[in-house]
Design a protein around this ligand. Sequence first.
Ligand code: PAF
Length: 300
Amino acid sequence: MKVGIIGAGSIGLLFAAYLSRKFAVTIYTRSEQQALQINQAGILLKNDYGINKEMVHACQAEMWRGSEDITIVAVKQYQLNPIITVIKQLPVKPINLLFLQNGMGHLNELSSIQGHNVYVGSVEHGALRETAYLVSHNGAGVTNVAVYQGNAGPLREFVSAAADDFPFKYHVDYYEMLVKKLIVNSVINPLTAILAVKNGDLIHNHYYYAAAKSLFSEVAAILKLKNEAEYFRQVTDICLATAENHSSMLKDLQANRRTEIDAIVGYLLTEARQHQIKAPIIENLYNLIKGKEAGEGGMA
Ligand code: PAF
């Protein structure tokens, strides 16, 4: 089976390294230089067992034509637009596309893709891109996948062919799968990013815990959650399991990168407006994160 991966950030590199042990993988990078480096040096995968070199074929993203059996799109939600434009220009022969973006802000865009099999995934691995071709796997997990539109057959085939050391879990209900991750990210990420604290502090500091609870109540109202206590327990469990970690949103702010606030919190605000639900805490957090992204003067 041939696998294409668009995007060579932490998730793209991680997937390319592990999947290349089982499949013929081509990774599509933004820069020509990164493709050259990967073709020469391979991808270095750092995990509990040390550093392993995985030889992976790399090309620049412009070369992607959807010729692999499945293409994994591993870019941020705000980088999707040009890729979707290319997909829409491909000949109509159905191709299989797995989108791994955080949040749910991308679903509208995915609905506009016609004639292809569109799958979505939520990644539970922790990964950090240390150089253009060195990725650290610092939290082993699973990749949850589901059909968004089209035929499930190719996705099921891919999931059962994947190796046990890098597992995929097939879900029947894409909404339920993505919403669980959205809830976790919408509580942990903006709070830890604004407070500049580790995930565990949201539980250990009782003022922050109270803030997390109030934020969760707004999220639960917007998403019309039935079993609120269970969803909140999931948030607190993840805070404890990742107590020593900085959330991805905090890391993005610290590195002066754009955050995924629109895909996560922006999606909730759009839902709230559509259903005329008031969400002052969420709105404030959204503005605070956008303000931080804009930096001094707030002009960005
Ligand atoms: O985005 C993140 O950082 C992670 O998804 C999570 C679960 C919040 C843990 O840090």
